[in-house]
Design a protein. Structure first.
Length: 71
């Protein structure tokens, strides 16, 4: 379920405050004990943050502890 464009415009990475972009979650990105996400919001910051935040049931989970670290 895609996020509303207006919502995506106001969301920012909690770690570095850069804009986020929506993309499909990579296969196998789910960690043990955490529900799988169909999509994720990825940090677009120039500083190389690159964290991927899961979107579960259409709700972005913007917690650094829940984010996928870049490979």
């Amino acid at each position: 379920m895609p996020l509303e464009a207006g919502l995506l415009e106001i969301l920012a990475c909690p770690a570095c405050h850069a804009p986020l972009r929506e993309q499909p979650a990579p296969a196998g990105a789910a960690e043990a004990g955490k529900p799988a996400a169909d999509e994720e919001l990825v940090c677009t910051g120039d500083a190389g943050c690159g964290l991927g935040y899961p979107v579960r049931d259409g709700i972005p989970v913007l917690l650094v502890d829940e984010a996928r670290r870049p490979a």
